[in-house]
Design a protein around this ligand. Structure first.
Ligand SMILES: Nc1ncnc2c1ncn2[C@@H]1O[C@H](COP(=O)(O)OP(=O)(O)OP(=O)(O)O)[C@@H](O)[C@H]1O
Ligand SMILES: O=C(O)C1=C[C@@H](O)[C@@H](O)[C@H](O)C1
Ligand SMILES: [Mg+2]
Length: 170
């Protein structure tokens, strides 16, 4: 079985994916970490040294590679993964369950404002501009996220509760 977690930056994909995999006894892959391991560089350095287009090509290749594996996997994607090329079609075809971790703009702003540094797309956005940036960005991305098989409201749930709620969907 393949379970793929989707959602905006800081929606909890990595945190929840790790917990879910441990509880289900499945392998856990975080696509951002998988790319960092392959390139022996942080996402931040890949963006600054090679640019976003290079990263998106790599992300596309690595997504296909991971979803072609035979094992049961919980895959946490990057925030932009479903929104480029035919990645969302690949996710829908190659996984039994895709779950969109849906959070409100204020919740995302709150989390991202505390952790901007390692996220190249937001690190240069000021705190004042962050709500508008995230609002517009999410408006562009939501049509992709909403194609997920399951849409989960994560606004008032800690990571353990989100994990429990996903298990009920499977
Ligand atoms: N349900 C939750 N409630 C409160 N905080 C959470 C929850 N899930 C994750 N967090 C916290 O939110 C922050 C972002 O979480 P995480 O890194 O898992 O997000 P992500 O979706 O993987 O982000 P990215 O797309 O940038 O990789 C972390 O500090 C994490 O501890
Ligand atoms: O939302 C995005 O486009 C990104 C999210 C992160 O997970 C990383 O994949 C990278 O920082 C880009
Ligand atoms: Mg992550």
């Amino acid at each position: 079985m393949k379970v793929v977690l989707l959602g905006y930056m800081a929606s909890g994909k990595s945190t929840v994916g790790r917990l879910l995999a441990r509880q289900l006894g499945m392998e856990f892959i975080d696509l951002d970490e998988y790319i960092e391991h392959d390139q022996k560089k942080s996402i931040k350095d890949i963006f600054s040294e090679k640019g976003e287009i290079f990263f998106r090509k790599l992300e596309h290749q690595m997504l296909k590679e991971v979803l072609e594996k035979d094992e049961s996997i919980v895959l946490s994607t990057g925030g932009g993964t479903p929104c480029y090329g035919n990645n969302m079609d690949t996710i829908l075809k190659q996984s039994e369950h895709s779950v969109y971790l849906n959070l409100s703009i204020p919740k995302l702003v709150d989390r991202i404002s505390k952790e901007k540094e390692d996220r190249p797309l937001v690190r240069n956005i000021s705190d004042e501009e962050l709500p508008e940036f995230i609002g517009k960005h999410l408006f562009e991305r939501r049509p992709y996220y909403l194609q997920a098989k399951h849409i989960l409201d994560c606004n008032d749930a800690n990571a353990e509760t989100v994990t429990e709620n996903i298990k009920e969907l499977l």
